[in-house]
Design a binder for this molecule. Structure first.
Ligand SMILES: NC(=O)c1ccc[n+]([C@@H]2O[C@H](COP(=O)([O-])OP(=O)(O)OC[C@H]3O[C@@H](n4cnc5c(N)ncnc54)[C@H](OP(=O)(O)O)[C@@H]3O)[C@@H](O)[C@H]2O)c1
Length: 289
């Protein structure tokens, strides 16, 4: 059965419910360029038509745009691809640290650089990567609105935000997507009502680190309930978690990362997995959801 598509806000851009998170291809511990291109090739070949990136998916300030350039290089090989690429601005990487810079001047410069790295004229979805406490939130939002008005970005997203920040942002601009950390070990966006708010207001909710991220993925891999359920579907615990997340809201899109072809193939395979109600309830119970 074909997988039902999910929309980025009310943009008309419809994508598969599972995309590819590009970060592990470009940060410390990244694979060789040829291996990274293979991962992207498998993603496109598996019909994953949504790739998540950011200017700061790189090693440090001298490497800004690494992930975006890699994606541009990979997609050039498939001129007929229908992949939507979302990127972000608002962080910087001095000596490899992760810091915020949500000043309008930085956001305008960063967006120009992302357009260049991605080799495109307009970005389909551009997020503020994180709110910068040193800059009035209103100023960052107005910079995003200006980028949209000038035709450099089509849709605006916000990442790492609270419900209050989303509500405030919507008084200034149209929010098409929210991207927050969301997995069985971090259910904060459900508990705060953000996922439900997105669903009520036709905003896409993009779950990042959906299988726990590099630090917690082993807890997912080893979880007894997830393993028991996975074996009954001839699947693996990561696929079970992805399939479970997708049941939580029709607006939820999961973007598992991958630095290996096995991981991206496995994530694409999760779209074929339909869990029984009994199994989803058991997972809810196991993680207090
Ligand atoms: N907005 C933000 O602040 C923010 C923060 C973090 C991440 N993100 C975005 O969200 C994406 C996903 O987050 P993440 O990469 O941190 O964590 P993740 O998606 O939870 O994945 C972590 C690791 O788990 C493995 N994995 C994932 N899916 C798998 C599967 N189906 N089967 C087997 N192994 C699997 C991969 O390992 P291998 O590397 O060994 O293949 C991957 O690198 C990032 O790539 C990035 O695009 C955004």
């Amino acid at each position: 059965m074909p997988v039902a598509l999910r929309e980025i806000g009310t943009s008309g851009i419809k994508i598969k419910p599972i995309g590819l998170g590009g970060m592990p291809l470009s940060v410390s511990g990244r694979p060789s360029e040829s291996e990274a291109l293979k991962v992207l090739e498998i993603a496109v070949g598996s019909d994953l038509n949504f790739i998540d990136t950011a200017d700061v998916y790189c090693i440090d300030e001298h490497d800004i745009g690494h992930n975006e350039r890699l994606i541009a290089k990979a997609l050039k090989r498939y001129p007929k691809n229908n992949v939507t690429v979302a990127t972000k601005g608002g962080l910087v990487r001095p000596r490899g640290a992760w810091l915020t810079n949500g000043s309008p001047a930085h956001l305008l410069r960063a967006c120009e650089a992302s357009l260049k790295s991605l080799e495109i004229e307009c970005i389909d979805l551009y997020y503020l990567h994180a709110v910068d406490d040193k800059v009035p939130f209103k100023d960052s939002l107005e910079a995003l609105a200006a980028l949209k008005k000038s035709g450099k970005i089509r849709n605006i997203g916000l990442s790492n935000v609270t419900l209050k920040q989303i509500e405030y942002a919507r008084t200034i601009l149209e929010v098409a997507a929210i991207q927050n950390r969301c997995n069985p070990l971090d259910l904060g966006s459900f508990q705060e009502g953000i996922v439900q708010y997105c669903e009520r207001n036709s905003i896409a909710f993009v779950a990042y680190s959906p299988v726990g991220g590099s630090f917690q993925k082993s807890r997912i891999a080893e979880h007894p309930v997830l393993n028991k359920i996975a074996s009954s579907y001839q699947a693996n615990p990561f696929q079970v978690v992805l399939a479970w997340l997708l049941t939580k809201s029709p607006n939820l899109i999961a973007i598992p990362g991958a630095s290996r072809v096995e991981s991206v193939s496995s994530s694409a395979g999760a779209m074929e997995l339909t869990l029984s109600l009994e199994d989803t309830n058991e997972i809810d119970h196991a993680f207090g959801g």
